[in-house]
Ligand binder design. Sequence first.
Ligand code: PLP
Length: 375
Amino acid sequence: MFPEDKLSKWPSGQGHWINIPKSDWGDWRWQMKNRLTKREHIEKFLSLSEEESKGFEIAAGKLLVSVTPHFFNLINTTDPNCPIRKQVIPSFLESVTSLQESNDPVGEEGSMPVPGIVHRYPDRILFLVTDRCASYCRYCTRSRLVSNASGYGFRPNYKECIDYIKNNKSIRDVLISGGDPLLLSDEKLESLLCSLAQIEHVEFVRIGSRIPVFMPQRITDSLLNSLGRHHNLWMSIHVNHPTECTAELKDACSKIVRSGIPLGNQSVLLKGINDDLQTMRSLIHRLMMMKVRPYYLYQCDLVSGSSHLRADVNKGVEIIEKLRGHTTGYSIPQFVIDAPGGGGKIPINPNYIKQESKELIEMKNFEGETFSYPK
Ligand SMILES: *Cc1c(COP(=O)(O)O)cnc(C)c1O
C-alpha cells in the first residue's frame, strides 16, 4: 500500500508564473512562446550544475533545449536529482556515445520508403508529420531529426506520404507521430485525418503525443471537436513519472476520452527517474485514475548520448514481475525492447514457466508458489 497515493495530490496551477493572466497561461500559444530554451531562462529559477550548464553547448548541435512553463513548474528546483528535471534539462553526459549507441538506434532510416513513413510491420506504419515538439526529452529516440539541431532538414511531403499509404493496401493502421503531431494547427491535422479517412483500407489511426503532458492547454474544444469526428482514432500519450499527472493533464485526458478517443500511455524506463517499483506503481495507478491504459514500457533505445539515463533491462523485468498479480491487470504495461537494427518491438516478460514436459506445465504464480497444469 502506498498511502501517499490515497491522499493523491495532483499538482496544479501557474507556479512560477502566478502573476501571468489566466487567459495567457491557459493559451497554448502563450506556453509555446514562453518556453524555456536558454541557460539564462532556466537559471532564473534554479542553479544549474556544471554538467547541466555544459549540457547546453552539446544540446545546440544535438537536440535543442525547450521546456514549456507548465512542465517546468513540475521541477523541484531544490532537488538536483529531480526526475522531471533529468528528462528535459541537458547534461554534458549527452556528449558520451557508449558502445552500440547510434543516431538511429531502432533502424528507422532503413525502413523509410518515402521521407516521413517508417514501414516496418506488415499492416501498419509510422507517419512522422513534424520534427517539432513542445519540449525535448533528452533521451529522444528520434533526436537525429527532431528539433533539427544536427541539420537533418526533415521536411515530409504529406501528399507523397498519403499516396504511399493509398498505394499500399496492406496498411490498415497508421500511427501519426513525429516530433509531436499536436503541434500542427487544427486545420492541418484535420486535413491529414480526412485524407486518411478517405483511404478505404485504413481502419485505425493513432496519434502519439506528449503534448497533453507538456502543454495540456493545447487540448482545446476546437481540437476535440475535430478529433472527435474521427471514429477510428486512438491516442497514446507519454507519461514517465507520477508527478507529471497534474490536475490539468487529468482534465485534458477526461475531455479526450469524452470525445470518444481511447487513451493509452507509453513510458520509457529511465535510470533514477522511474526505474523503481514504488514510482512505477504510483504512475500506473494515476494513469488508471485518468482513464489512461498503460500500454508499453520501453527499455530506453540505444540512442547516442543516453547512457546516463538508461536503466537496466533486468530492472524492468523485476518491476513488471512485482506488479503482475499484485495490482490491477489493466494497469500493467507490456515491457518491450525496440530491437537495435530494425527488429521492431520485442516483448520482454518475467518467466512463469518453471518446467515443461509432454504432460505437464509447471508454473509459478505471483507469490512464487508452484502450480502445474495438465496439457
Ligand atoms: C511502434 C511502432 C508501430 C506500432 O506498433 P504497435 O505494437 O502496433 O503499437 C508501428 N510502426 C513502427 C515503425 C513502430 O516503431
